[in-house]
Structures are given as C-alpha cells and as structure tokens.
Design a protein around this ligand. Structure first.
Ligand code: ATP
Ligand code: MG
Length: 575
C-alpha cells in the first residue's frame, strides 16, 4: 500500500477524552474514529489488525471443532423472557421496539438465540456434540463507556456455544475451548493469565477469565505465589479466621459518642478491628425498579464487603441493589447511621459473613445513637437470615488453597469461558432423545472473546512513548518503507524495487511515498508501529538502506537484498 493513496490521518496532539495509552495511540495513529461516547469506527489500518485477530480466532476455533455461523444482532424479547434475563440483565440491555410495538433488544450476548436454534434443530443424541460460533457486533449500554475500545457500547465479540450430551461432554468441550484460547492469545502476542471468575449475568457454575496483564486493566486478580490459585477479586474465596477460644462474656451496652466509623470506635474502646463488626446497609429493587426491601450485611471490621458475593448470597442481580438512604431505612428497620449492629435490627434481611460465627465477644453498633454493644456473640445475641462468605480476599490474606500470602495484580479481561450446564436448556426446553428415546437436557458452555478489546489490550502491552509496537502476527502491515526524498529518482526507484520484492514474496508492505518532510515520516513510522522499518535515503546510490525493528533500538545499514531477506525471514518466523 502506498501511503500517498491511503485514507489516513495521524494526530500530533493527545485527544482530550483519551486517558490510557491504547486509546490515545489508536486515536493518534488514526486507526479508530469516535462517533459518540462508546461507539467507534475502524479506519483502514485499525481494521486490518482487527481482521488479523479475527483470523487467528477463526483458525483456532475451527481447529478445535467449532463451526462459524452468523446470527442477527436483533433479538426478540420473547426469547429473553423465556430465559428470565429480560429482567435480570438490567439497564445494560439495549431495548427497542418495532413500528408495531413489538419488543426487541440489540444482543449483548447470544445464549438465548443459540439455545433456540439448537432446540429446534437437534432432536437426537446422534447430532451432539456441536460447537457453533460467530464473530459479530454486540451492544451493551454500559453505565460508563471508557478507554476507547476497552469498554464501548458497540463492540466486536467472538461468541461460541457448545452443546453436549452430558456433563463429561461439557467438561471436554470446555477444555478444548480453554486450550484454543491459550493458543489465540499467545498468537496475538499477549502476556495473559487465565483466572477463576464469577459467572455474572451469564449464569452457570464454572468460569475462567482470560486476562491480559496490565496496570490499566479493570480486573483485579488475586493470585498465590506458592500454588497456582488465581481468581478475580469478585470470585476469590476468602478463608475465615479460626474461631476464638475465649469464653463468652455478658453483652453490655457502652457509650461511644461520635464514633461513627470502625476506626473511631476501635480507637475509643482500644479494640483490635478484628474484634469489631461492620454494618453495610442496602435497599433492593424488584423487576419494575420499585424498592422491595432492606438488607444489612455484616463483616468483621478489618474486612471489606464483596458486592458480587453479597448478590449471590441474596440471589439477585447486581443492578437490583444499592446503598440505602439511612433515614428512610432507619424508620423501617431501627438501624442508626454509624451505630448499626445486628442486635435490635428488624424488618430487613440480615446477611452475616461466615467468619462472624466464630468471632467471640465482638463489638457492634447498638442501633442507638452514640452507643455500641460489646461482647456480642453469634447464636447467643443475634442470628443471620443468610450466612455466607461475603468478604473480599485482600493482599496478604492466606491463599484459600494453600495458605500462602495472596498478591494482587491487574488485568484486562479479553475473554471468558463458562460452563452453563443446563441453565438455558432447562429454562428454554432444549432437549434431545437418548438411545432409549428418553428426553434429556442438553449441557451447554459458552465462550466469549472481546475482539476489539483484544486489539486495545495488544496496544496496551506493546507500545512506547513514540507509538505502537505491533507484534508481527497482528500488525496492519509487516514493513514500512520510508522514502526520504520522494522526488529523488534513485531513492524512489530503490524503494519501489524493495516494495515489489517484499510484496511479491507475500509480505504486507506500506510505502511512505507521501510528500512530507522526513521528520514527519519518521514520527509517523514510530507512531503507526509496523514491526520492520526500512529507510531509503542517501545511501540508495550505493544500493544500501537502513534496517531497523520497531521493537529494538539498533539500526543497521544493509544492501537492499539483505534487508528484503532479513525482513522475509522475520515475517515467516512470527506471522
Ligand atoms: P466486563 O466485566 O468487562 O463488563 P463481561 O464479563 O460483562 O465484561 P462477557 O459477557 O464475558 O463480558 O463478554 C465476553 C467478552 O467481551 C469479555 O471478556 C470482554 O473481552 C468483551 N467485552 C465485554 N464488554 C465489553 C465492552 N463493553 N466493550 C468491549 N469489549 C467488551
Ligand atoms: Mg466476562
């Protein structure tokens, strides 16, 4: 491709709305273009990279037995009502009506559509297993679209669905997809880590997120330095501290003026925070968005509440709960802002972290202004409606598997695999007839890759101050030939010769033949980030060029033929 003919526009300035390197660089390199918040278009070079990622995904999905199809992004509400997700999915679901008032959504994911397809096409055990996938545009009306392609409202996803006879079949399909994902991200040049994950609105029992390690990632990953435990902070189990040995003392009310926080009350009473009980107050909503109850959650004073675990304990989606307005809740339940404890609270669901069952002689709010209760003991003084692990595993806590201290790192969720089991087949009646003509539920798995987010993650891991440093496998072009003086006939002829030789050998080449100053061309070559840079300048008279890899500092002078040979060898090895 000759850059003089290419539709492109690079920017010198950092666009105001962009905060993280991948967003800044993809905009500056003119590879993506914003339309409105969370909605982006792809320009020629960005689209080429995206298609390369798609191609890697296709090859590995096909190799693992997947078959590509393409379903509509528009989905009828009825299917979502059947699965129960028309309500559960919440405001992220992009809903619309046709001219006759029939309801639809723009698909954020396709479990319902694929389940519907299979229930009508599959009747016999002989038709299973099957794995279908598509690469398609998805829609989610994200509360806070940000970071460009990372969290957009329209994005490209690969979604695959496996259908098996039984649980063992699902385990095998899941394993195949897991391994395909490892190959895909490796080929994309990503440093990644599969971690145990929560299954969120998708549902199901078992799930892994594939995270590209990065400081700007929104996934918090708890991992063990000793064993191979790695999980998202949302999912990571947290071991209870062992129960105290001391004898229960009589419960007492004490005056604690103005001590509205755990720190304040523990300072005032000279208590270890591990002896205190922290309250968090919530209101819940029904399917119509009306308030339908209050929740008080209790964890030990030095712990943090894990909202995802709390929602699981309550069996409600995350959008159905919010912090309560204290005054309103006080009238209904007897709670007192800053002085709420489990004793004396009424008319609300009390969720108690499992660790508190073993806490002896704890200190909790007295549900009375400026007062706390000491020597509070579970079972004797209060009980919970729900007892569960609802606390966050924190850095330094013991690993739930081996007890070694936990560390934290951050990653970008580039994909997730789920064992759905029979959740959708049961809800939607997807069955097959077994060898004895008996109806059996189909076992399902689903497997997503954020294709456009993967593009951003690659840039996040491969850049420097000057621009992008594409891995060969996903680079828009393999080589950029910078022609210093396009009017110099000798230089132009040599650049053309190299361009032709490389192209004929199957390399993808950009020839910067624009009428621009060399400084501009060099800056753009750095910004655009093609892996191999060949500069044709003064030495052209001797048939020599400058050869440099974008990822390395050193450059060398080579004959045109040497440069071509070396470039082709590198492309062959890494494409
Ligand atoms: P997140 O937790 O980041 O909101 P998710 O877990 O809801 O994502 P999935 O339903 O697992 O997302 O979707 C599969 C993949 O699609 C994700 O792993 C991610 O790579 C990608 N993805 C999800 N939401 C977005 C988005 N708003 N913009 C770009 N990619 C997304
Ligand atoms: Mg996910």
């Amino acid at each position: 491709m000759r850059m003089s003919k290419m539709h492109m526009k690079t920017l010198r300035e950092v666009p105001a709305e962009a905060e993280i390197p991948s967003h800044i660089l993809l905009l500056r390199a003119g590879m993506i273009r914003k339309l409105v918040s969370g909605v982006y278009g792809f320009m020629p070079m960005g689209w080429r990279s995206l298609r390369k990622i798609e191609e890697i995904i296709r090859q590995e999905m096909d190799a693992a037995g997947g078959q590509e199809i393409h379903m509509s992004a528009i989905q009828p509400a009825e299917l979502w009502q059947e699965s129960g997700r028309w309500n559960d999915y919440g405001p992220e679901l992009w809903r619309l009506q046709d001219r006759n008032g029939r309801e639809f959504c723009l698909g954020p994911t396709h479990e319902e559509i694929f389940t519907d397809l299979i229930r009508s096409d599959v009747t016999s055990y002989r038709q299973l297993p099957v794995n279908l996938y598509q690469i398609q545009t998805k829609y989610r009306d994200e509360a806070r679209p940000r970071f460009g392609l990372m969290r957009s409202r329209e994005f490209i996803m690969k979604d695959a669905y496996s259908f098996d006879l039984n649980e063992e079949g699902l385990d095998e399909s899941y394993r195949q997809m897991y391994e395909a994902y490892e190959k895909i991200y490796t080929r994309c040049g990503l440093t990644f880590r599969p971690v145990e994950a929560d299954s969120g609105a998708i549902g199901g029992s078992n799930s892994h997120e594939f995270t590209a390690l990065s400081e700007v990632g929104e996934s918090e990953i708890a991992y063990c330095t000793h064993c191979d435990m790695a999980a998202t902070s949302e999912r990571a189990a947290c071991t209870d501290d062992p129960a105290g040995e001391e004898a229960m003392l009589p419960m007492e009310e004490v005056e604690t003026p103005g001590t509205k926080t755990i720190d304040a009350v523990c300072d005032y009473l000279h208590l270890d925070k591990k002896k205190s009980i922290k309250a968090l107050l919530f209101v819940t909503y029904d399917e119509e968005g009306q308030e339908n109850g209050y929740v008080a959650a209790f964890v030990r004073g030095d712990r943090e509440l894990n909202m995802v675990k709390l929602c699981h304990a309550l069996s409600i989606p995350e959008h159905a709960i919010a912090f309560a307005e204290e005054e309103k809740m006080a009238a209904a339940t007897g709670c007192v802002g800053g002085f709420t404890g489990p004793v004396g609270l009424h008319d609300c669901t009390i969720v108690v972290d499992s660790e508190l069952k073993g806490l002896k002689n704890g200190c909790a709010g007295a549900c009375k202004a400026d007062h706390h209760l000491i020597n509070v003991n579970y079972g004797r003084d209060y009980e919970g409606d729900i007892i569960a692990d609802i606390k966050l595993l924190q850095e330094g806590d013991p690993c739930p598997c081996c007890g070694s201290p936990i560390k934290y790192t951050r990653g970008i969720e580039v994909g997730q695999v789920f064992k759905l089991g029979t959740k959708y087949s049961k809800a939607m009646g997807a069955t097959y007839k077994d060898e004895n003509q008996k109806d059996q539920l189909i076992w399902m798995g689903c497997y997503g890759i954020g294709v456009s987010r993967t593009l951003a993650a690659i840039v996040e891991q491969h850049h420097d101050d000057a621009g992008i440093i594409w891995p060969v496998s996903v680079a828009p072009y393999h080589v950029i030939i910078t022609l210093m003086k396009e009017k110099d006939a000798v230089q132009a002829a040599l650049a053309e010769k190299i361009y032709q030789a490389l192209t004929a050998a199957g390399a993808e080449v950009l020839l910067d033949d624009r009428r621009e100053r060399p400084g501009v061309k060099f800056k753009d070559a750095e910004l655009l980030g093609m892996p191999i840079q060949i500069t044709v300048g003064r030495d052209a008279a001797d048939g020599r060029v400058e050869y440099k890899l974008r990822r390395e500092k050193d450059k060398s002078i080579k004959t045109a033929q040497e440069a071509v040979d070396e470039a082709l060898a590198l492309i062959e090895a890494e494409r």
